[in-house]
Design a protein around this ligand. Structure first.
Ligand code: PLP
Length: 399
């Protein structure tokens, strides 16, 4: 094991870990490249007019997304709250200051039941923080045009569309149709595309406001992006005098994100994909002869240009089920954090997008060691990803 890979973890007493789960808040979201690190550090040494900084970032956001305007937020989740609030108050500062106690006459946000996801917190909470109400249409697995049409009365400030692997992927109104119906009723459309690589498509298809995470695939510091219609971006930005204050984004994050956006626009996407593919091929080959293990390369469910290795487990043959194996990877040194949110379906996945130099072969070794061990040394009690996330919070701070 190379020392430098873990110097930082060791010096601070942190668990050594390799992230093959994707972009996870609980693992520190993303690792920023050298340009973003430098820009972040530089910004810390200066005072600056924050409005100027946000205008500067807005111009880069426009280049990145094709939108008329943009601003930076503390996170995509904050972006949802600020966009909803902006659609409720417009550019009226007294209305903005009155939130969340008095949301005013246009206090309702319409969304499809199948889009009510939990990305670490419920999307409803991001809306509810504004004081606004959610009007949920359809059921979890179906929503028809008439249900959206019927919900768009005078109390509606915005229609919210969520794009994510966490939402239901069938029976929902497709985005372009959703936007068309909302626009016919004069209602602006907010799209939460926090984790989507497609930074232009939703704006092209009629999103009035599109929200992206700065610290997911963009590999920026913790931050979010709002892009869209100038009047609505300005109204969202105005919320910094009210509910947005507790969601403040600092100068260092804004400048770091600007650098990350620039790096994204000039990246060699083909080379990145090739490197990811090489990792997937190596891992797939490493488990090919293991009993009860079937590995195949699968595309991202929302169409991001990203493949993952899906490892299906036959518990009879392999000696343990997918949940137990996924937990066992987390017990290794370094801990290998796999993508386990669908583990009850009998598989887990390896996501190569956040692999750091020197880590690929450590994952290969762990695959053979853990999956080849069968039930030996497996801790069944740890194998509960559904409840594991909340357990982490409840056990935190006990010392
Ligand atoms: C990750 C995610 C969020 C939250 O993003 P943050 O920037 O971490 O707040 C919101 N919506 C969706 C669909 C997400 O995937």
């Amino acid at each position: 094991m190379t020392g430098s890979l873990w110097d930082w973890h060791d010096a601070n007493g942190f668990t050594r870990l390799i992230n093959v789960s994707g972009t996870m808040t609980g693992l520190g979201a993303s690792v920023t490249g050298p340009a973003a690190q430098k820009a972040t550090a530089e910004a810390m040494g200066h005072f600056v007019k924050m409005h100027e900084l946000q205008e500067h970032a807005g111009r880069v956001i426009s280049r990145l997304t094709g939108a008329e305007a943009g601003c930076v937020t503390a996170s995509a989740s904050a972006g949802i709250s600020l966009c909803v609030a902006g659609c409720m108050t417009g550019l009226d500062p007294s209305r903005a200051e009155a939130l969340p106690a008095d949301p005013g006459p246009r206090d309702t946000v319409v969304t499809q039941a199948g889009h009510l996801c939990h990305y670490g917190a419920p999307v409803e909470t991001a809306v509810g923080l504004t004081g606004g109400k959610l009007r949920v249409i359809g059921q979890s697995t179906q929503c028809a045009d008439h249900q959206l049409e019927g919900a768009l009365d005078d109390s509606v400030a915005a229609a919210l569309y969520v794009v994510s692997h966490h939402v239901v992927h069938y029976g929902q109104i497709p985005f372009a149709r959703f936007a068309e119906i909302a626009h016919r009723a004069g209602v602006p459309v907010i799209v939460d595309a926090a984790s989507e690589y497609d930074l232009t498509g939703f704006i092209e298809q009629g999103a009035d406001l599109a929200i992206y995470s700065g610290h997911k695939f963009l590999s920026g510091p913790t931050s979010g992006i709002i892009a869209g219609r100038r009047d609505l971006v300005r109204a969202a930005y105005l919320q910094n005098i009210g509910i947005g204050r507790g969601m403040k984004v600092g100068k260092e994050s804004i400048m770091g994100l600007v650098a990350a956006m620039e790096a994204w626009m000039s990246r060699d996407a083909a080379a990145i994909r090739a490197a990811e593919r090489a990792a997937l091929d190596e891992w797939q080959a490493a488990v090919a002869d293991l009993p009860g293990i079937t590995a195949r390369i699968v595309p991202d469910p929302t169409g991001n240009p990203l493949d993952r290795l899906q490892i299906d487990v036959d518990p009879q043959e392999a000696g343990a089920n997918a949940a137990v194996f996924a937990a066992a990877f987390g017990q290794q040194n370094p801990a290998i954090i796999v993508r386990d949110h669908e583990v009850e379906l009998g598989y887990f996945q390896l996501d190569p997008c956040n692999l750091l130099p020197g880590q690929q072969s450590l994952v290969t070794d762990a695959l053979r060691r853990v999956l080849g061990a069968g039930s030996e040394g497996m801790d069944q009690a740890e194998a509960d990803p559904r409840n594991g996330a909340i357990r982490g919070y409840l056990e935190w701070g006990l010392g």
